[in-house]
Design a protein. Structure first.
Length: 387
């Protein structure tokens, strides 16, 4: 029997992974969209599936790091607030939007670039600042240096020091995935099916916008060539800064902390978002690593794709080795090279869904049949103009 692609029934092997949020189905998800149960809802007011978040201003969608306009520069991107053109929303005035950089390989931040925002004006534009923290200050954020400032209005491109470039504002969501076909075929929800059934392929995210922050800096300002990168949001409430969302590699929390292997998956996802990467392999008695291993060693058997399609799960030793690569949840990148995922940065066009599906199912499911968007820019701020 032909081995299935995601455009066929082998999609089931991924369904239980990416559609689990605690004890309830996560009906809309992306690389990291809506992986934080503490942040909110899953449907719009009509009950339709939609990437909605009650606290979208602190909900991270994706993080990217790749070569900038030339080989001597590096670009960092973080998107937040899913489907902002459907639900509205601005950057949080009580939220810190942070891109962390590890320069020594210990998964502890040595640099932190932090965006802060003012209140929207009558046209919805917000002023912003970008502050660079280094050394111990990257962990405490006590003393930093302002390196950029601007407004989300007009182009969103601000003024920056040190030959850097800064941006904040609404952009086209760069993520791509055939979500409606996925849901229609697996759950019989809606009228769309996978292209193998209806001859149509649809990218659910193609028409959606997201908030984004973008930074491009000279490589020599980073202080290392082999770096680790992850995004983080924290918000001020009850007299303290609280964990919001966190991600490095695409879909780690979304996929592996799932209800198939963890009856408390919702709580675990929230814990993962609050656990520093340097502690993720061992925190909560190795919970996060154990969830990865349990997923990789059982998913095809649990969902029947082993019998239906001859797909086998990983053995425990291989699954453990993969878990040690996936954790800590940090994007590793060599700034002297162009991004070439999945283990060297992440470019906007990298097909992370295909990689994640092939990885979790031991090569059983290899693609969703959706290609990268065509609206990425070749120059700063790189993300397509908003729809």
């Amino acid at each position: 029997m032909q081995r299935p692609s995601l455009r066929h029934a082998g999609l089931l092997a991924a369904a239980g992974l990416v559609l689990a949020l605690g004890g309830a189905p996560l009906l809309v998800t992306g690389a990291d969209h809506l992986d934080a149960p503490a942040l909110g809802g899953l449907t719009n007011m009509a009950g339709d599936f939609a990437p909605h978040s009650d606290h979208g201003d602190r909900d991270i969608n994706d993080v990217y790091v790749f070569q900038g306009r030339n080989a001597s520069r590096t670009a960092f991107v973080m998107t937040t607030n899913p489907a902002i053109n459907l639900f509205g929303g601005s950057f949080g005035t009580n939220v810190r939007y942070t891109i962390n950089v590890d320069r020594t390989g210990d998964s502890v931040q040595d640099l932190a670039y932090v965006w802060r925002f003012g209140s929207p004006n009558g046209q919805g534009a917000q002023s912003y600042t970008v502050t660079r923290y280094s050394g111990a200050n990257a962990r405490t954020m006590r003393t930093g240096v302002k390196i950029g400032w601007g407004s989300t209005g007009a182009s969103g491109v601000g003024t920056a020091t040190g030959n850097a470039k800064v941006f904040a504002g609404v952009r086209s969501d760069p993520f791509f995935f055939d979500l409606t076909g996925f849901i229609g075929t697996v759950f019989n929800v809606g009228t769309d099916d996978l292209s193998v059934l209806d001859g149509n392929s649809s990218d659910f995210f193609a028409g959606l916008n997201t908030n984004a922050v973008v930074l491009e800096v000279p490589d020599d300002s980073i202080g290392a060539t082999k770096i680790g990168v992850w995004g983080q949001t924290t918000y001020w409430a009850n007299g303290q800064w609280n964990a919001g969302d966190q991600m490095g590699r695409p879909a780690i929390n979304t996929v592996f902390n799932n209800s198939l292997v963890d009856p408390n998956a919702g709580q675990t996802k929230n814990r993962f978002n609050a656990t520093p990467p340097s502690r993720q392999r061992t925190a909560y008695s190795g919970l996060f690593k154990n969830n990865i291993v349990a997923t990789l060693t059982n998913i095809n058997q649990v969902l029947g794709t082993d019998d239906a399609f001859g797909c086998s799960d990983y053995d425990a030793g291989t699954a453990g080795a993969i878990a040690n690569i996936l954790l800590p949840d940090v994007l590793t990148y060599d700034t002297t090279t162009a991004a070439a995922g999945p283990l060297n940065g992440r470019a906007l066009s990298d097909d992370v869904i295909d990689v994640e599906l092939g990885l979790t199912t031991n090569g059983c499911v290899t693609t969703d049949g959706v290609d990268a968007h065509s609206d990425y820019l070749s120059s700063f701020p790189y993300l397509g103009a908003p729809h």
